[in-house]
Design a protein around this ligand. Structure first.
Ligand code: ZN
Ligand code: ZN
Length: 244
């Protein structure tokens, strides 16, 4: 199974990076984690066959994680997608997606589609099954707009992938990432404490408790990108593929 960092950036294009979007492809699964505003061009640039994607997991309703869906859905409609697609995310996703689509392309949420679109609201700390994968969302802490905020622990094909999404430190990250084969964590700053986001030093202080088998850092701001060559951890970059 492989995970591709289609987009590894923050909300503001730091380092010229694309917004968050990860593509996971295995023998039995083909899904995205997040679909930020710039994700459709990034997927196309990297040659991902969008028609083959069965599921899109959304962590929260900020534009750099969620804002690419109207483009992707309209593109699917215009290219006459046939394969069903499921979009799963926090409570309220159906209304938030319709509002977003209407704001960007009026009437687009009401048009008849060539494919079945399922929209699923995920309950925190409950395991949900999608074909050959189980997803357990954990509630995380990321301010007062764009929530609820979920981090995902995904079990599929005998592997565990965990992703913190955007969050400040919360104890939920311990069960989220425990012994994960791949733990993807945001680190927006190096050591500066900021509300709503993690810095690398805070994460580092808890790393032993979490105990992931492999850690990759993503969603880095300019502060982190300026130090990227000196960091002791693996870092994501747009287009990077990791085998899990
Ligand atoms: Zn973000
Ligand atoms: Zn966010």
């Amino acid at each position: 199974m492989q995970l591709r960092f289609v987009g590894s950036g923050d909300a503001f294009g730091s380092g010229g990076r694309s917004n968050t979007c990860f593509h996971v492809k295995g023998h039995e699964v083909n899904f995205l984690i997040d679909c930020g505003a710039s994700s459709l061009p990034a997927l196309k640039r990297q040659g991902i066959v969008i028609e083959d994607i069965d599921l899109i997991l959304i962590t929260h309703f900020h534009g750099d994680h969620f804002g690419g869906l109207p483009f992707l859905l309209l593109d699917a409609q215009f290219t006459r997608r046939m394969r069903p697609l499921v979009i799963a995310g926090p409570e309220g996703i159906e209304m938030r997606l319709a509002t977003l689509m209407e704001a960007m392309f009026e009437n687009s949420s009401k048009r008849r589609r060539s494919f079945d679109l399922g929209i699923v609201a995920l309950k925190p700390e409950t395991t949900h099954s999608f074909g050959a994968m189980n997803v357990t969302p954990f509630p995380v802490v990321h301010g007062d707009s764009g929530g609820p905020f979920l981090a995902y622990r995904i079990e599929t094909e005998g592997r565990i992938i965990a992703y913190t999404a955007d969050t400040e430190w919360t104890e939920a990250l311990i069960p989220l990432g425990r012994e994960a084969d791949l733990f993807i964590s945001e680190a927006y700053f190096y050591d500066k404490p900021v509300k709503n986001h993690l810095n690398l030093k805070t994460l580092e202080a808890h790393l032993e408790e979490i105990g992931p088998k492999r850690l990759m850092i993503t969603h880095m701001g300019e502060d982190m990108l300026g130090r990227i060559d000196t960091l002791a951890y693996e870092t994501a970059s747009d287009g990077l593929v990791v085998e899990i």
